[in-house]
Design a protein around this ligand. Structure first.
Ligand code: SIN
Length: 311
């Protein structure tokens, strides 16, 4: 066997140089280029095999009132509230630069109803240069953020509405805040989704020791990081056993071993989220760490280890 196992991964018809993505909103590729220069976004130094944008909404949003984050012993709570430039601002100010990234571009979108999602997908499809869409139906930080993602019939209805609008892959981002995420995943698959990604954050809060009041301006937020990894692994395992579309696994991925664990649990692709805030090059570390784990275990083919003895 060759010294370096291949990480090349086919995902929804996209050729990824590695199975490591960023979690939406956890890595700003435009800011990284501004701060670290063009080198940061070249083939070989860009830390991910595909790039997922921050979630775009139709209208611009300023996000939630401060404070927006709280560090926990093994993770963080965020209550960011989807600040973004809105659809037109994204098209004008961000999409041209994101199209220059050396990896496939997945744009995350969110709306409060099916028609809103449809308008965004229609407009972005027409703009071109986007390889796939992630439908964020799982944000715990905005009004109506979870309604579609908590009910199978709503998820299926959304896919019914969006499927005819684009030939690009549709990835549905699932919430862990339900008893059976596999039911939502199955509804997404039945509606024509190409993949599901999970988990988004777990609803959480923190109390300010000085005021005895909730620390976060919005009162609550979503927990991410290593603290939620065992929950995420189990949900990925349950969903992967239920659907035949690919699964993007995330929730506390920090190194090669945790990425490997998600692939063993059934994920085709793994996303690094919270760890990017600690180390903007975390994606590269996870990728090299995964190569190392595969080499130690004598694995040449990622497909051969994916969830095959876990049921
Ligand atoms: C946020 O901006 O509030 C985080 C995004 C999400 O939870 O989907």
């Amino acid at each position: 066997m060759s010294d370096t196992p291949s990480l090349r991964t086919e995902f929804c018809g996209l050729e990824l140089g590695s199975p490591i993505l960023n979690g939406s909103g956890t890595f700003d590729a435009i800011a990284a280029r501004r701060v670290f220069g063009d080198e940061a976004v070249r083939v070989g130094s860009f830390p991910f095999g595909g790039y997922v944008s921050k979630t775009i909404t139709e209208e611009a949003r300023v996000g939630n009132p401060p404070f927006r984050t709280w560090e926990t012993p093994a993770g963080m709570i965020n209550s960011i509230g989807l600040p973004n430039l809105g659809l037109e601002g994204f098209l004008e100010a961000q999409l041209p630069e994101l199209r220059e990234l050396p990896v496939p571009l997945i744009v995350s979108v969110m709306a409060s109803d099916r028609d809103g999602f449809a308008r965004i997908i229609g407009r972005l499809s027409a703009a071109g240069g986007i390889d796939a869409f992630e439908l964020n139906v799982s944000c715990p930080n905005v009004h109506s953020g979870l309604i579609v993602g908590e009910r199978p019939e709503e998820t299926a209805g959304l896919l019914d509405r969006l499927r005819p609008l684009t030939e690009r892959p549709l990835i549905v981002k699932l919430t862990p805040n339900v008893a059976s995420p596999e039911l939502i995943a199955s509804a997404a698959e039945a509606g024509g989704a190409d993949a599901v990604s999970l988990v988004n954050t777990l609803k959480a809060t923190a109390i300010d020791p000085d005021s005895d009041r909730p620390w976060l301006g919005a009162g609550s937020g979503g927990l991410s990081g290593p603290a939620i990894r065992p929950i995420a692994l189990q949900q990925v395992r349950a969903v992967a056993a239920e659907v035949s579309i690919p699964v993007v696994g995330m929730g506390g991925v920090t190194d090669g071993q945790s990425a490997y664990d998600f692939i063993r649990a059934g994920a085709t692709v793994v996303a690094v989220g919270t760890e990017n805030f600690r180390d903007p090059l975390a994606g590269l570390g996870v990728m090299r760490g995964l190569e190392e784990v595969l080499r130690e275990k004598g694995v040449e083919d990622l497909g051969a280890i994916r969830g095959n003895t876990l049921s």
